[in-house]
Design a protein around this ligand. Structure first.
Ligand SMILES: Cc1ncc(C[n+]2csc(CCOP(=O)(O)OP(=O)(O)O)c2C)c(N)n1
Ligand SMILES: [Mg+2]
Length: 336
């Protein structure tokens, strides 16, 4: 079991109003529903390619992206990107169709799970290259700085990605160029089967921030409110010219590295996290306990999300596959 897993007290409801809390819950519930359904559907053999599920990590994507807008703020994601896409408002049905490789998908079925992108939503893309996102975010953040519109770029990457040269170079570049960027290291304890407690030199990803002259903070990734608060500070600093921040979010993934992973390298952390730490359960306990939302309101979101996922899967399965002629489209794109 990774050493940072622990039981925390129920967090306060974070100063967010009812609609914002409901929106945060909807985002996390949609991610969970999407991923749990994919876990089932992948087992039927109908989904091509690799799928890496984000279930268990929802509070990170939701807590960070709650501070971003679609117009000027961008994110770059990882191979485990569905949660980031959903939190950045990418259309859930287009995502599902993309994962099924259908023409109605967000990339016309040509990208699949690891290449979902939607520039109109500021979602630069999931990424099959570990450490591929941080350099993209440096470019996007530099563009925002030149435009002067207050836009912020956020790079999500894993504990494995935190050791990539691309990530370390990006931290340095963001620092010396004082870029409006936020680096979110999602430390889920493993890079494939390699434990972060072995592979992360120095033990703390957040502590590396000091070497680059930027603030670094570690947060409990099962706690939406902790992530939301840390990300709020970081995004505000970036927006107002204060430069980049590194946030290490500590959490766990509920499924294997990829669907099909036998997970022989893991201990009992998943049942423990699901029962004691789960971000959705803790969120519900916090907001209902504080009298800000009712169980009934949250149950209604659960029902709404379940229907959306059912529709997304049914529509994806019924949608056409790309044809031979589609091979020659979307090869080059003009951004003029
Ligand atoms: C440059 C590069 N090296 C290796 C791989 C193979 N690979 C895919 S995912 C992964 C582990 C990534 O771990 P982490 O960054 O912690 O993300 P997590 O899967 O835990 O979300 C590796 C080594 C890759 N895709 N790209
Ligand atoms: Mg990892």
């Amino acid at each position: 079991m990774t050493d940072f897993l622990r039981t925390s007290e129920v967090p306060p409801a974070g100063g967010l109003d009812g609609p914002a809390l409901l929106g945060a819950y909807r985002t996390m519930r949609t991610i969970r529903g999407f991923e749990e359904r994919l876990h089932e559907e992948f087992a039927t053999g109908d989904i091509p390619g690799f799928v890496h599920l984000y279930a268990g990590e929802e509070a990170s994507a939701a807590g960070v992206c709650a501070h971003l807008d679609d117009e000027r703020d961008v994110i770059a994601s990882t191979h485990r990107g569905h949660g980031h896409c959903i939190a950045k408002n990418v259309d859930v049905k287009a995502m599902m169709a993309e994962i099924y490789g259908r023409t109605t998908g967000s990339c016309h079925g040509k990208g699949g799970s690891m290449h979902i992108a939607d520039l109109a939503k500021g979602m630069l893309g999931a990424n099959g290259i570990v450490g591929g996102g941080p350099p993209l975010v440096c470019g996007a953040a530099l563009a925002a700085k030149v435009r002067g519109d207050g836009g912020v770029g956020v790079a999500f990457f894993g504990d494995g990605g935190s050791n990539q040269g691309t990530t370390l170079e990006s931290l340095n570049l963001a620092s010396v160029w004082r870029l409006p960027a936020v680096f979110v290291a999602e430390n889920n304890g493993y890079a494939e089967a390699t434990s972060a407690s072995w592979s992360v030199g120095g033990g703390s990803i957040a502590a590396r921030a000091a070497a680059f002259g930027m603030p670094g903070v570690t947060v409990d990734g099962f706690d939406f409110f902790a992530v939301h608060e840390a990300a709020g500070e970081a995004v505000a600093r970036a927006r107002h010219g204060g430069g980049p921040t590194l946030i290490e979010v500590q959490l766990t993934r509920y499924y294997g590295h990829f669907e099909g992973d036998q997970q022989t390298y893991r201990g009992g952390e998943v049942p423990h996290a699901r029962a004691e730490l789960d971000c959705l359960l803790r969120f519900r306990a916090a907001v209902v306990g504080a009298g800000q939302l009712t169980d009934r309101q949250l149950d209604a979101v659960d029902t709404e999300v379940a229907a959306l996922i059912d529709e997304a899967v049914a529509e994806a399965k019924a949608a056409p596959l790309p044809t031979r002629a589609d091979l020659e489209t979307d090869v080059y794109i003009s951004y003029n």
